[in-house]
Write a protein that binds this ligand. Sequence first.
Ligand code: C2O
Ligand code: CU
Ligand code: CU
Length: 528
Amino acid sequence: MFSRRPDSPKPPTRRRVLLAIGGIAVTAGIGWGSNWLVAYNRYERSNVGKLGFHNRLRIPELLDPAVSGDGTRRYELELAPGTSEFLSGKKTATWGINGPYLAPTLRVRDGDRVALTIGNGLPDATTLHWHGMHLPSAMDGGPHQMIAKGQVWRPRWTVHQPAATLWYHPHPHGSTGSHVYRGIAGMIIVDDPVSIRSGLPSTYGVDDIPLVLQDKNFHDDGSLDFSESTLSDTVAGVDSLGLLGDTILVNGTHDPHFEVTTERVRLRLLNGSNARVYELGFPGDKTFHLVATENGLLKRPRALTRLRLAPGERAEVVVMFTAGEKAVLRSLPPDLKVGFPTHRFAGGDDTFDLLELRAAPSLKPSPPLPTRIDGAPADITLPAEPRTRRLKFVGTQINGKSMDMNRVDEIVPAGATEIWEVERGDGNVHAFHLHGATFNVLKVDGEEPPAFMRGPKDTVYLPGTGTVRLAVRFDTLTDERIPYMYHCHVLRHEDDGMMGQFLVVEPGREDKVSTTIDSPDAHGGSHH
Ligand code: C2O
Ligand code: CU
Ligand code: CU
């Protein structure tokens, strides 16, 4: 149905290419055809043909909560350093939750009361943020809810949102990138009556499979390489993207395969990478069906052959198999719309095989793909005169400002539906994420968004120098002191201050609250 993206880039004309190369050679002070071209050529990466899909895909443990008398589901999470073996025979120092790498999957239902006990056994202070969850800002796990080394944090809230695939990861201001890269990240599955009735595959680890996609660089001894991309050295005036790896892990498994035993499987895809954008598909353009975006289910499945996933974005897709079929989930060169030559240095020419899906010689029947899912409520209705806010992403700043823990940037009335126009004002890769809210993409550079961008979202790639127009529905929980965040989900940019803070307050209180945050939290203290 939607097999072609309407917006594939035109190849640059020869003249534009020459001008660009000339401009870079001059501004970077590098002679024609020397280091620059060497770097340029090195940055087209591929692992196609180099994998054997030898390792069985690891499925993160589904964490069983203890249920207390009042029905509260209690989860215990312990963050600690560990040792992993990703590459055979090599040890890698990593961080994880209840294990050496990544974190257990939490599965909750709309209406559940949850209480978590989070012990920080890491050598650093950190936080744990529930990305995509609608919850009180004091429980959000952003930079104001630091958990000092050796301390315990006990957030609790009531889940009140439709079925979705969310995730959790650290959010300490300035070091989110390294904490996520070392391995702290997990998935959250929210179920609701719509998802339970939907007929979509839902047996965890069997036909409902979490896939955490991450790129790494390894030193020869197996240790993680933290060096960042040379983009900024090479392309003058463009900020580094941070880490861009040449080795892909799926759920912390290198070179993975998964044994498919049912006719249909639902893949819950999470881009948990620091900066890499994936363009997912199958060789031969095998069709799959998108059933959910970050913040919930679609109205009906949508047939696709390609799906772009920026850092922080999630998607649920259903893939159909015939007995004995093998299909490789691949990331093709993503259409980053960042122009020449940034495209190359930002991973725009990279191709990676991610996972081989191997169907058994005979498959258990799956229910048919539903024609309607009616994810509730998939579409956001705008008021007659919505308030519009504008954010401009340039370099590592938003609207010319860097993150200030003590400054409130926006004040939003609880329950509001607003237009947010987010403009990418430079030629680099950025992904916009907003806490505590759900949005729909209305327009991308004035055009209808491509099929894979339509649905309830909380994170969106900013394509092209132009504007992404969003209809944002905010939650009804208020707090006049503790803000939520919005930021670029390229973690190097976030850590460098490409982040702002907003309060959600009772309607009518917008002008009465302080725009300065002066809580102990703002200075990184832990008071829990
Ligand atoms: Cu996934 Cu504010 O983060
Ligand atoms: Cu978030
Ligand atoms: Cu960015």
